[in-house]
Design a binder for this molecule. Structure first.
Ligand code: URA
Length: 440
């Protein structure tokens, strides 16, 4: 098939066949398609969209451009969770051990943080010694022994996505729902899952700020996952302020350990509640529990009885980390950091937070990456004390920023202060954590 014919078909609003889509993906990976031809097709998709059948075919073609894990020797159903990312979004660290303790096998292939969003791999690396660069053999071994394993994307998994994402980035075609769906699903399905739960975030710290677009993405992801034979559900969740309290890698791990140790505060409760709900849906979709209610009860028992913490400890040991952090999460903190109180300049109610700006301010003091090659300082971060709806006095803390001296603390604190809107009147409503469940 000639690239020109496939490009024209999509340019003119047609529906591409499975063969045309496979020819495109193979041509991109094999080098038969020039970058300018692939970019032209990406733009045609951006402008004209794709049907569910096309999204499924694109996902399958990208998935089959690389290796798919065969975990059939593991005697438990495989399920995973994927979040579209946000600020303080640390639930993977609680969900994976929770779901594993409730009987699900969780092969979690995660990413790194970039810009305002954090990444699970960076959080795990805040644990001294923890290795995320496992070989596929090591990954399978940890899975078999612990019930969950965490690693980064390898060159063998969906190589078409790497190439296509770079072209999308250079041609302003990243924000196309069909292209996002195929990118996310091809990488997630490479873990050989039976069930997948998606956490699609919306609000100021989300990849998709607009709730309508986030809902459309969630629906497309769910339709495509199910049509690829993976039981898929999505929750549309709030990202209009940092999730929980901690923003910054070591602080976020500590928050998760505190939750698994039964130490939950008003500030960290959203992380606990969202983790329980997402893990319970993984357990229910996998058929390990008879109903969602039974799955919730299993998951809460695993959390409150300490089984999730024990799974986490086994995983940290198996992946080379120091398991003593499970007994003393304070070990993760660096007591040499400077503490800067970020104060509200006026009295009133917190009515809005620019969560992305909070994430960028933490990245600016070393807690995240501005560019992909930046090194991260795992210890620095921000503890967000004030939440939307809270009433503050003038000078009261919005939160505490921890950073190295001379690392731009004053500027970062000013950015965070400006990211919080404080008004005389309380907000019309406090955002709901879970806005909608999208099932097939
Ligand atoms: N995350 C991905 O993995 N791919 C996209 O295209 C967008 C977000």
């Amino acid at each position: 098939m000639r690239p020109q014919d496939i490009i024209r078909h999509k340019r003119d609003g047609g529906e591409l066949s499975r063969e045309e889509i496979a020819s495109f993906v193979q041509g991109v990976v094999g080098g038969e398609w020039a970058d300018y031809q692939a970019s032209a097709l990406l733009m045609a998709v951006y402008l004209n969209g794709m049907t569910t059948a096309e999204m499924e075919a694109l996902t399958q073609a990208m998935l089959h451009s690389g290796e798919i894990l065969d975990l059939s020797h593991i005697n438990a159903p495989e399920a995973d969770k994927h979040s579209t990312g946000g600020v303080g979004d640390k639930t993977s660290l609680v969900i994976a051990p929770l779901a594993a303790a409730a009987g699900v096998c969780v092969p979690m292939i995660s990413g790194r943080g970039l810009g305002h969003t954090g990444g699970t791999l960076d959080k795990l690396e805040a644990i001294p010694g923890y290795r995320v660069g496992l070989s596929l053999r090591e990954f399978e071994d940890v899975l078999q022994r612990v019930g969950f394993a965490m690693m980064g994307q390898t060159a063998e998994i969906a190589p078409a996505d790497k190439k296509l994402y770079a072209l999308r980035d250079a041609t302003e075609t990243v924000e196309s729902i069909p292209l996002i769906v195929a990118s996310i699903m091809s990488k997630k399905l490479a873990a050989g899952l039976g069930a997948l739960v998606l956490d699609v975030k919306t609000g100021s710290g989300a990849f998709m700020h607009d709730e309508g677009r986030a809902r459309a993405l969630a629906r497309a992801l769910v339709r495509t996952g199910n049509s690829c034979g993976v039981k898929t559900e999505a929750l549309l969740t709030d990202m209009s302020q940092p999730l929980g309290v901690a923003v910054g890698n070591a602080f976020e791990v500590r928050e998760c350990l505190d939750i698994m140790r039964g130490e939950v505060t008003d500030g960290t409760r959203p992380v606990r509640d969202l983790s329980v709900e997402l893990a319970a849906r993984m357990v229910a979709l996998s058929g390990v529990a008879d109903s969602l209610e039974a799955a919730r009860a299993d998951v809460v028992r695993a959390l409150e009885g300490g089984a999730a913490l024990e799974r986490f400890r086994s995983n940290v040991e198996a992946q080379g980390g120091d398991p003593r952090v499970c007994d003393d999460p304070g070990k993760l903190e660096d007591w040499t950091l400077e503490e800067v109180k970020v104060e509200s300049v006026r009295a009133g109610f917190v009515t809005a937070v620019d969560a992305a700006e909070v994430g960028r301010a933490v990245a600016s003091v070393g807690g995240g990456r501005v560019r992909i090659e930046d090194r991260i300082d795992p210890a620095v971060g921000f503890l967000a004390r004030a939440k939307i709806g809270d009433e503050l006095k003038a000078g009261e803390a919005l939160g505490l920023l921890y950073c190295r001296g001379e690392s731009g603390a004053v500027e970062a604190a000013a950015r965070i202060r400006a990211a919080y809107t404080v008004r005389d009147e309380p907000p019309m409503r406090v955002p709901e954590l879970i806005k909608e469940v999208i099932a097939q």
